[in-house]
Design a protein. Structure first.
Length: 546
């Protein structure tokens, strides 16, 4: 490995949105889940023991754990509570870097020498973080919650913190051996840090389907072939699998004139006052970057008080930091500082705010739509949704959602638009990370899907050549070949072909909802194609094909 790597320590608090709850719900054995856009983003240990997992839908989680306590996700609450952890780590090393609440990182070169090696540093940091969380009342016992990893580069260190039972130190030069047996799914956080959150998940899915199961399998592939097949994100993934830093190759030191600062007179003692000034600074910084064709991936936020107290944080974002994202991080930092305990908060108001880009890359721009811009259309749609919801209620606007099932009427449902995250959802059934088709669904009708699914099935009759009604036994055996069809008592139509049956014995464990039926696909002599269902000896037209 010829590239210079930065030895890094990462502290990761598992399921931090649950740990950050007031007054520490989930630490006393309660089943708690934090939800965002109708999906679970974090779960307590008791909830996980009942089968609740990150990514599940709200109803699925409640079905697995009826006593589950659901709490809405609040990034501000998470960031404010994480100040306790950041302050504990900051004692050991300066220039603390935060990507999002629950994870922080520091370079270990100086601190490791001072404290007697990586193992000693990791153990000290783990004890300090665990003690700070217990003292703050967030946890009764920090075992299994706090993970500290040390390795060459932030990706390997973060993965070590994820799998560590307490601390895990990967020896210098050994990340490739440590990474090799890890599943390819572990690339997700590293690709997100490099700005490929959505595309990275798609890449991981493709690699899995191609038989690339581990990071070692990916690292063994020729880099030229990976680059030719998957492009820039494939190259970054290959670097990560080899234990190299995920830092974009075009990252550069920002020009000094990009730093912006503001003096506050009188000193600001409230978060909202300082946040208002921070928003103006963030807009100014973003304008300067945009003028130079640059985007900021890491920013230094420094706040000073009237008595000379100072708090610095490095904030990294998945991709490029917008003006709004920078303002949010300033507010998180100040909220955690000004509202900390009496021993940790400053003794006077804030007099100086400084925003300094620490790492910038060339701005990639934004691809607009062919007829006038994709972003403009999105904004118009969002405003229209808001107007309709304001006039008719929050449930008036709904969107389709893949749910899964055996019949076409079961596979798609409608959910209120406020219950989903439209910026991250994918309605295509083959692209979801937790695809609707992942259960086996025995008896599911194969593709193609019908064009029209009738809201109410149409009654019909199906007979054989002798005019006798066709039936299906409990074992799925057809009494005779379907020959003629009559819909709603109309004229009889000769059938040219048929396929099936696809029997489905649904919810056999519940007598009140148990259903046993079978489906057929039929085509008549005029070219009409229908999906038929037989249940209890009666036939229905469930859907129609083009």
């Amino acid at each position: 490995m010829n590239e210079r790597v930065v030895r890094t320590l990462v502290v990761r608090c598992r399921d931090w949105p649950v740990v950050a709850l007031d007054p520490g719900l989930g630490s006393a054995g309660e089943a708690v889940a934090v939800v965002h856009a109708n999906r679970v983003v974090a779960a307590s240990g008791a909830a996980r023991d009942e089968g609740v997992d990150v990514g599940q839908r709200r109803r699925e989680a409640q079905g697995r754990c009826p006593g589950l306590v659901l709490v809405d996700h609040d990034p501000d609450r998470d960031a404010r509570a994480f100040q306790v952890v950041a302050a504990a780590v900051e004692v050991f090393a300066p220039r603390l870097e935060l990507s999002h609440p629950g994870v922080c990182a520091v370079a270990t070169r100086g601190p490791s020498r001072y404290f007697g090696g990586d193992e000693a540093l990791a153990a000290r940091v783990h004890r300090a973080v665990a003690s700070s969380l217990v003292d703050a009342g967030a946890l009764v016992d920090a075992d299994g919650v706090v993970g500290v990893g040390v390795a060459d580069g932030p990706f390997a260190a973060d993965l070590a913190a994820r799998v560590a039972a307490g601390t895990l130190v990967v020896p210098p030069g050994a990340p490739p051996a440590f990474l090799a047996p890890q599943p390819v799914r572990a690339l997700g956080p590293g690709l997100a840090r490099a700005g490929f959150a959505g595309a990275g998940e798609d890449l991981i899915d493709v690699l899995g389907r191609l038989g690339v199961r581990t990071l070692g399998d990916l690292a063994a592939l020729p880099v030229a072939d990976v680059l030719a097949r998957f492009g820039h994100e494939g190259r970054i993934a290959h670097r990560l699998a080899r234990g190299l830093d995920e830092q974009p190759p075009d990252a550069r030191v920002p020009p000094p004139q990009l730093q912006v600062e503001a003096e506050l007179d009188p000193p600001a003692e409230r978060v909202d006052t300082a946040a208002f000034v921070a928003k103006s600074l963030a807009d100014e910084l973003h304008a300067r970057l945009e003028h130079l064709g640059l985007a900021c991936t890491r920013v230094l936020v420094r706040a000073e008080t009237e008595h000379g107290e100072c708090l610095e944080r490095l904030w990294r974002h998945e991709g490029a930091l917008t003006a709004g994202a920078i303002a949010d991080r300033v507010r998180w930092q100040l909220d955690g500082w000004l509202n900390a305990s009496a021993a940790a908060r400053p003794t006077s108001g804030i007099t100086l705010l400084v925003l300094a880009p620490d790492e910038v890359v060339a701005a990639k721009g934004r691809q607009l739509g062919f007829w006038g811009g994709e972003a403009e259309g999105d904004e118009r749609a969002a405003r229209a949704f808001a107007r309709v919801q304001g006039m008719l209620g929050p449930d008036a606007v709904s969107v389709p959602e893949w749910r899964g099932g055996r019949g076409p009427s079961d596979q798609i449902g409608r959910v209120p638009v406020h219950a989903v995250d439209l910026s991250r959802r994918d309605l295509h059934p083959d692209r979801g990370r937790r695809a609707w088709s992942s259960p086996p669904w025995p008896g599911r009708v194969p593709r193609p899907s019908p064009a029209t699914v009738h809201a109410e099935p149409l009654p019909c009759e199906v007979v054989d050549r002798g005019g006798v009604a066709v039936s299906v036994s409990g074992r799925g055996v057809v009494s005779a070949a379907p020959a003629r069809l009559s819909v709603r008592g109309g004229a009889w139509v000769e059938l040219e072909g048929w396929a099936g049956p696809w029997p489905a014995d649904e919810r056999w464990w519940d007598a009140s909802t148990h259903r046993r039926r079978a489906r057929f696909q039929v085509v008549d002599v005029d070219g009409g194609a229908r999906l038929l269902t037989v249940e209890g000896g009666r036939w229905w037209v469930e859907a129609t094909y083009d």
